[in-house]
Design a protein around this ligand. Structure first.
Ligand code: SF4
Length: 662
């Protein structure tokens, strides 16, 4: 019997995970080329960067100026909303204005609900984006029991509505994105497939079949969600469906919807987009931040740049177990399930992944240094307080700590400096662990390079936690391969993922760490995270926030309020950035609560499907407040809406006052 079948996770082995070319080396998925004006998209071309304007589409000059700022920043495709025929018509003026200023960048019309706007825009701009959830359907939130024949009749109705657009696109050489959004699936899809990644995929395929029947192939596909697990699973499932042979291999547009702003938005985007780029998926990316669109471009460029030469610079990952080559993986990539581990202390099992702060390079650790990792000493009551980002462990290497650490912070030291104190845990290499007589009676840490795959069978089954790092230039793939070996051998030791970045700046760290660790956590691999960079003294807060951010964005550990805020567009009815900042300022201590902040009623409620509370623009200076998907205050004056939102949270018993820790 093969080792795969002996594994406790054996039931998860998918029947040929043909969604990517390899999970243990970088190989980009092969696609057909798609032409968008003079721009080509697909696996033979670089990953293209795009974004969307936020000014009103009827403001011709404003749209031109903002598009130019985006293009100058590196945007290769500019998307503009066309909610009705008048905006679709005005795309002509915007396009002419840009061409007159010497900008040839292709334009994309963003369509929801309005086929007549799409049909007009497809004659004007180089690409149209349709949302299959609302192109031919109005949302009624009904569950309908379809028979096969009534479902077929629905598909005929879609065909009738959609065919004119397909024919116009063929005639004018216009490209199309069929862009599914998790938050706006049709009642038909929800009734048949539920609110699932499969439903998202089928939503696009209904429209794709009509295109292929008409021999129209100039198509890009996307599967966006603000939930990174759902988004990753949907893209993988789509890629597998396309690879199964019924459809052509269309390029993929990657994005996380409503990712938010600042650090959280960047980390969340990197977890979702980066995970798929690591799988070799993705031909164009849009990072959706609640910021001016030109600020999205450097983030997208940084994410894409790592893959320009990844295949050629990657150190080959050595073959050890012949089962782990290319696609033969022991995990189910289409549904999140945590790797089975034996819990030890507060690590492993079903416990949330832990954060280990690496202070091994700090020469002398002071009480105040711990503020950066969420632990605050309060001299007045003479006790420690911890905020929601309090690290769980501190690794001090060879350095002694000459004060008593807070209760919630456990210390790890190099084994050669461990004096037998049972409140401190030693860190060994595998060799020294095997040879040492002095071991902690409950928990020992073992540091190992994932390139040392041949030693995997030497790992102890009891009283040990692995801190796994990789010297490989492509560390995510190397770490993933090591996890596969552990699963196939049914080795249940908890694993801390250690990522080291010797030469990155703060911006890169906040994109690279989520990319490298996010995909592992989304696949249920990893029981903790430790980030290490040189000269850490003033960077500890950054490392700590990034580590917690990765766990939050991959939905493994919720430690702060989550904001699902739309990036805004020409439909936005208030200053979204300013409002988001105001709401964040008064609610960012409400750990575990999700707040949606949406610019318009048309797409907002659907896009924040996941949120506990919603703040949605419904008209000039008018806001609707939601509890989940239910409107609870229909029309609140904008200047009172934040207070009303707080009151709503209080009425539900979900409010608590912020803790003052310094
Ligand atoms: S939710 Fe925001 S980004 Fe989406 S259509 Fe409405 S205003 Fe535009």
């Amino acid at each position: 019997m093969s080792r795969i079948l002996e594994s406790p996770n054996a039931h998860l082995i998918a029947d040929g995970n043909t969604y990517a070319r390899s999970l243990v080396s970088y190989q980009r998925r092969e696609t057909i080329p798609v032409q968008i004006g003079d721009l080509y998209l697909g696996s033979d071309f670089p990953i293209r960067i795009q974004s969307m304007t936020t000014v009103d589409t009827m403001d011709t000059q404003g749209s031109i100026e903002q598009s130019i700022r985006m293009i100058d920043a590196g945007c290769e495709l500019v998307r503009i909303t066309a909610p009705s025929v008048k905006e679709a018509q005005n795309l002509e003026n915007i396009r002419k204005g840009l061409r007159a200023r010497g900008y040839q960048t292709p334009l994309v019309a963003d369509i929801h609900f309005t086929p007549n706007a799409a049909e007009l825009a497809a004659r004007i701009v180089e690409k149209v984006r349709i949302n299959p959830g609302n192109y031919a359907d109005k949302k009624r939130f009904e569950t309908i029991d379809y028979t096969d024949s009534s479902y077929q009749a629905e598909l005929e109705r879609i065909r009738y509505k959609f065919l004119p657009l397909v024919n116009i696109c063929k005639e004018y050489g216009t490209a199309m994105r069929i862009g599914t959004n998790h938050g706006s699936l049709s009642d038909r899809i929800l009734s048949r497939y539920g609110d699932t990644p499969l439903g998202m995929v089928e939503s696009a395929l209904e429209f794709l079949r009509i295109c292929e029947d008409e021999k129209y192939y100039n198509i890009v596909l996307s599967m966006k969600s603000s939930n990174t697990q759902v988004m990753v699973e949907a893209y993988r499932l789509l890629s597998k469906k396309l690879a199964d042979g019924q459809f052509k291999a269309y390029p993929l547009h990657l994005g996380v919807t409503e990712a938010g702003e600042g650090e959280d938005g960047r980390i969340k985007s990197a977890v979702g987009i980066g995970t798929l780029l690591e799988d070799g998926l993705g031909d164009t990316i849009r990072v959706s931040l609640t910021e001016d669109p030109e600020f999205e471009i450097p983030v997208a460029q940084e994410l894409a740049r790592r893959y320009q030469s990844r295949a050629s610079i990657s150190t080959p990952i050595p073959t050890f177990n012949s089962k782990v080559v290319g696609m033969d993986s022991p995990i189910n990539p289409f549904a999140h399930e945590r790797r089975i581990t034996k819990p030890l202390g507060n690590l492993g099992g079903n416990q949330v992944p832990r954060v280990i702060a690496d202070f091994s390079q700090v020469a002398q650790i002071q009480i105040d240094d711990l503020k950066s990792i969420g632990h605050f000493y309060l001299p007045e009551p003479d006790k420690w307080a911890m905020n929601d980002l309090g690290a769980d462990y501190i690794f001090t290497g060879d350095v002694a700590v000459d004060f008593m650490l807070p209760n919630g912070l456990k210390q790890i030291v190099h084994a050669e400096h461990w004096n037998g104190d049972v409140h401190v845990f030693p860190l060994f290499s595998l060799d020294t662990f095997e040879s040492s007589l002095a071991k902690h009676p409950e928990m020992n840490f073992i540091s190992m390079d994932s390139l040392d795959i041949a030693s995997v069978d030497r790992l102890p089954s009891e009283k040990a936690v692995l801190i796994l790092h990789s010297e490989n230039s492509h560390q995510m793939a190397d770490l993933r391969r090591f996890f596969f070996e552990l699963i196939q051998r049914a080795i249940q030791i908890p694993v801390i993922i250690q990522l080291a970045y010797p030469n990155v700046d703060a911006n890169q760290l906040q994109l690279f760490a989520p990319t490298d660790a996010g995909g592992l956590f989304i696949d249920g691999l990893g029981d903790g995270i430790m980030l290490s960079i040189p000269y850490v003294v003033d960077k500890q807060a950054l490392l700590n926030a990034t580590a917690f951010g990765v766990l939050q964005a991959s939905r493994m550990r919720i430690s702060k309020t989550e904001y699902i805020s739309c990036p805004s567009c020409g439909r936005t009815l208030f200053d979204l950035q300013e409002t988001t900042a105001r709401i964040r300022q008064v609610t960012d201590h409400l750990k575990g609560i999700k707040i949606g902040i949406m610019g318009c009623i048309v797409n907002g409620p659907g896009e924040m499907a996941d949120a506990d509370y919603g703040y949605v623009g419904i008209g000039k200076d008018k806001i609707a407040l939601y509890r989940g998907q239910e409107v609870v205050k229909k029309s609140v004056q904008a200047d009172a809406a934040v207070d009303e939102l707080i009151q709503l949270i209080k009425d539900d018993g979900n409010w608590r006052d912020p803790q003052i820790t310094n």
